[in-house]
Design a protein around this ligand. Structure first.
Ligand code: FPP
Length: 240
């Protein structure tokens, strides 16, 4: 078992379409199964003591998909926010949504605002859903709004410790580009609807087996005369 992991995990949930196609189902069914995997993953995130979990639910480029698919996804976000907000509040999960709001249906924006308000005091896990999200856009907006680096960093959010992408692709797809500067990457072959606690456990196991250096020296070399503070211990938190 990996240790309790108070880290920031971000997931690119890929493979819903392929999961459906393999079963000769419409793509929307893959997204429905994907929403169930989201529920399982949030439960597992609590069990593993994650500090923050950021899920890439809808990119700014996903508007290019067929209307029926976009509508299904919007409906799934709506259901998730409506059905899970009570459980989130009870379990100490703070729910927030990152990304643009000006292109979302007004009724969805209002559900997001209510969910954020009702869960604002959650301390156990910060669950962030990225909806109509583009990292390049977020960086531009933060740069426009901030008058110094501290404000810029705060506008973007916490550094990512572990980035997981399912379904075999190995790219960032405009997700948390700045925040992943020192993230560890785990790419899993399984399709998102099949993701479960075992997938998270395996990803955390890989994370904890790696040595993060943040540009310093490996621990062994540092002990032989590296500068103090020039190394980072195995799996240590980026913000520690
Ligand atoms: C990528 O798979 C997945 C998406 C674009 C949407 C992710 C949405 C969910 C997991 C469900 C709803 C989420 C919440 C938070 C309730 P793809 O469709 O690109 O898969 P493919 O590459 O196999 O076609």
């Amino acid at each position: 078992m990996p240790p309790i992991s108070p880290i920031h995990v971000a997931i690119i949930m890929d493979g819903n379409g392929r999961w459906a196609t393999q079963r000769q189902l419409p793509r929307q069914e893959g997204h429905r199964a994907g929403a169930q995997a989201v529920r399982r993953t949030v439960e597992a995130a609590i069990r593993y003591g994650l500090h923050t979990l950021t899920l890439y639910a809808f990119s700014a480029d996903n508007w290019k998909r067929p209307q029926i698919e976009v509508n299904t996804l919007m409906l799934l976000f709506r259901s998730y926010l409506t059905e899970e907000v009570g459980a989130c509040a009870r379990q100490g999960i703070r729910l927030s949504v990152i990304g643009r709001r000006d292109r979302l249906p007004r009724s969805l924006v209002s559900l997001i605002e209510q969910a954020e308000l009702k869960t604002a005091r959650g301390q156990r896990l910060h669950l962030r859903l990225a909806v109509d999200y583009s990292s390049r856009y977020a960086i531009l907006e933060a740069a426009r709004a901030a008058s110094n680096e501290e404000e810029f960093r705060r506008a973007l959010g916490p550094d990512v410790d572990l980035l997981i992408r399912t379904a075999g692709e190995q790219r960032l797809s405009d997700f948390l580009l700045w925040e992943c500067a020192y993230a560890e990457f785990v790419f899993l072959p399984q399709l998102w609807p099949d993701f479960d606690e075992a997938g998270l456990r395996e990803s955390l196991r890989q994370f904890w087996s790696r040595e993060r250096r943040f540009g310093g020296l490996p621990a062994a070399s540092a002990r032989q005369g590296g500068e103090p503070g020039s190394t980072v211990l195995r799996g240590a938190r980026s913000c520690a």
